[in-house]
Design a protein around this ligand. Sequence first.
Ligand code: F6P
Length: 551
Amino acid sequence: MKNINPTTTAAWSQLQKHFQEIKHTHLKTLFEEEKNRAEAFSIRWRDFYVDYSKHRIDKETHKLLLDLAQEVDLPAAIKSYFEGDRINETENRAVLHTGLRQPAVAKVMLDGEDVNPEVQEVKQHIERFSRSVISGSHKGYTGKSITDVVNVGIGGSDLGPVMITEALAFYKNHLNIHFVSNVDGDHVQEVLKKLNPETTLFVIVSKTFTTQETLTNANTIREWFVDRLLPQAGVSENSAISRHFAAVSTNVEAIEKFGIDADNVFPMWNWVGGRFSLWSAVGLSIALSVGYENFERLLEGAYDMDRHFRESKLEKNIPVVLALLTVWYNNFFGAETQAIIPYTQYLHRFPAYLQQAIMESNGKHVDRNGKPVDYQTGTVIWGEPGTNSQHAFFQLIHQGTKLIPADFIGFKRPLYLDSGHHDKLMANFFAQTEALMNGKTEEQVSQELKTKGLSEKEIKQLLPFKVFDGNKPTTTVLIDQLTPRSLGSLIAMYEHKIFVEGVIWNIFSYDQWGVELGKQLATKILNDLEQNDFADHDSSTKELLTRYRKR
Ligand code: F6P
């Protein structure tokens, strides 16, 4: 991949100049000037319609952003990404989560070797195992079928599975799926109190199998399970554990040490990043929750998007266009955050999932040469489903002082028979992006207040508070229906957007050293708490630790 400071490109300088010309232009003016704007700034792809016409760009912006992508040689970077080059240089790893969703017949090359046969083998294992649990043929140690599954993991070993099992709740089977992630003991206890050990399967998910939170929870769960073993069942502890514990990790040795039966071990690979791992055996709880066929559809949807990203021209390439818009707001308008607003309750964990995927990837302050960047990278991601978010934080987006580009994700058809709700939901969806764009002028407000019978004096007083500037940018992603396949495509769309942003910003998107620091310090403080020795901490931390110790 080329190693280019984006700010040194000709396109960047031209974008800076162009920004000065366009920065005050209102979206309404842009729409007036370009009659075919909706057509020019939208992409139709399968059951996706992506409208980015409500952005503060014109044809020149569009062209210059695409020039920028060419100047940093995005096409060559895309090739490296899919061909298994070690683009995660600081960990000397390839980034091949896309290889997990290739068809069985495809070759997924890594260091001259096809790794797809291994991937397919694990998928077959997921299929066999999930089928036996769902059908009830996998029995617990007292001969009863499994009713509850607990995914024990954190970060990428939790957020993907939990987001998807919630998103695909409509497709769910009879198994109750639970998630334990936080090292907060109250979290695990709250989950355990709902469970019967005889009918529960625990899936321990940790890429490294060294993560403090997950191992602590796994040990607590094992103790809880062993304490409740019924002697009259006449089975050994190991044999009972083998019926109730499975694990997913790259660290197969550590899993075996933990005591999990080799048949219940699902390997993964270090060329799959934690936050992109739901397509691997990390997705076991997804397959258990919605069935293996639906898990396959999810992978197929992601594969569809991979092909779109790999094969489409940059100007009609959804992840590329979305990433360039983020660069435009982040680096030229100085916008710091981006809101993700899905108009479906099923996607209520999607913003949280994207927080890890996007912020852990592109929250970097040095470039690929290890030099501090002199431009902004990363975006703060936040959001909640509409319409709830409209009644919570939309006020600030509409009338606050910050510029917050927002992605609106909506579906044409609901999953249940429509009883009038969906039109109401979608009326809000369309109304918000229109209102964010148009705002409300003084004339409109005063006319409205006049009609309500307010006096001139009252109107004058109220006017400034009721005016909306508008000019707030949004992307609308309109999809036919929320299915495993469309969800797979949607997630992959953001994955590739992350990649493109990282290429433009010339940063390494696939390591996470910032998180490692916190892990090291927590281990040290845990040790200090045990030793009751806080000598080498600053006065604030020392005081806090002392007060905590005295509790
Ligand atoms: O938060 C840092 C991180 O390394 C994530 O990238 C990862 O998803 C998470 O910790 C959990 O790690 P593991 O799967 O190894 O337990």
